[in-house]
Ligand binder design. Structure first.
Ligand SMILES: [Zn+2]
Ligand SMILES: [Zn+2]
Length: 313
């Protein structure tokens, strides 16, 4: 039996969450790909384009907005014609944890639609590693199930009505991409967060996210198809369907929590309305991404990588 969530509180918390704001900036896979490439040292437009296969206008657009929010800084490397390299700023470097979580997820569950290095190597310990989510306070490895949440809507972040969140019209190609299981976009992540907060039924999710039933219905079936949600008939009421997380969507938690933390600390300078606690160490939870081999915190300058030819599918 699932206890009923407080729907009004959940709705207010989601609408004012740093996650929702953070996803406005990092809610599409091309942006994630550009950031991933930046951490790999791919800095020039043409290199980025050929490395990631991003359509040129899309790449220009994403670079412009990443510069605008201050995570990338253009540097002139050629005068005539003017050509720029895009370097990570301090604010951009703060996205390393979230980016590592994307790498880990894509490696395990993705369909190689993102250009990824195959192996990450941690120089201080000398081993290949996988990044793992740990608790900053106690350094223990943490999964979604280890945390409890307190919801404290943040009035200062209120100008973010989820109703205004437009669904991009999905072309046939995009629908196909979704079924490949790599659709880590803003909507999917907000739906997953609603489920994490205990909203398992259609009517609950539509209410807390303020999404119209038709749009939500399309979204949910796409997510079920992409194995991001599991849908079952409620044993107590055969008319109701129950949505649960799957192993792959549970693994997206690391990205969700790191992005949300970055958005609160570095982008909005506001506390999140969704506050995780780590009951086992009795501290508020802040994410720390560590090397699974030596358990040390990971810094971009301590990590090298190999990109296998042909991995840029
Ligand atoms: Zn802890
Ligand atoms: Zn290590």
């Amino acid at each position: 039996m699932i206890s009923a969530p407080d729907l009004e509180l959940t709705r207010a918390a989601l609408a004012t969450s740093t996650l929702s704001h953070g996803l406005k900036v990092f809610g599409d896979r091309w942006t994630v790909q550009v950031m991933l490439s930046a951490f790999l040292g791919v800095r020039r437009f043409d290199e980025l384009q050929s490395f990631s296969n991003i359509p040129r206008p899309t790449l220009s657009d994403r670079l412009r907005s990443l510069v605008q929010i201050g995570v990338l800084k253009p540097r002139l490397y050629q005068d005539k014609p003017a050509r720029y390299e895009y370097h990570l700023t301090r604010k951009g470097l703060g996205l390393y944890d979230a980016t590592l979580m994307v790498w880990a997820w894509e490696k395990k569950w993705g369909n190689r639609a993102l250009a990824l290095p195959q192996t990450l190597h941690h120089t201080p310990c000398g081993h290949s590693f996988s990044p793992v989510l740990t608790c900053l306070a106690c350094c223990e490895k943490v999964t979604m199930k280890d945390l409890k949440y307190t919801l404290v809507p943040n009035a200062r972040l209120q100008h973010e009505p989820l109703e205004g969140l437009r669904t991009p019209r999905m072309s046939g190609r995009e629908t196909a991409e979704m079924s490949l299981g790599l659709r880590v976009d803003r909507w999917s992540l907000l739906v997953l967060t609603a489920v994490v907060l205990g909203c398992h039924y259609f009517d609950q999710i539509t209410h807390v996210l303020g999404i119209g039933p038709n749009v939500l219905s399309r979204r949910l079936s796409g997510m079920v198809e992409a194995h991001l949600l599991h849908c079952e008939t409620d044993v107590n009421d055969a008319r109701r369907r129950l949505y649960r997380l799957t192993p792959s969507s549970r693994d997206l938690f690391g990205y969700i929590v790191c992005l949300s933390n970055w958005a609160g600390e570095s982008h909005l300078h506001e506390p999140s309305s969704i506050r995780p606690r780590h009951p086992s160490c009795k501290h508020n939870f802040s994410p720390r991404v560590a090397c699974d081999h030596c358990q040390q915190t990971l810094n971009p300058w301590d990590v090298s990588f190999t990109v296998t030819q042909g991995s840029t599918a």
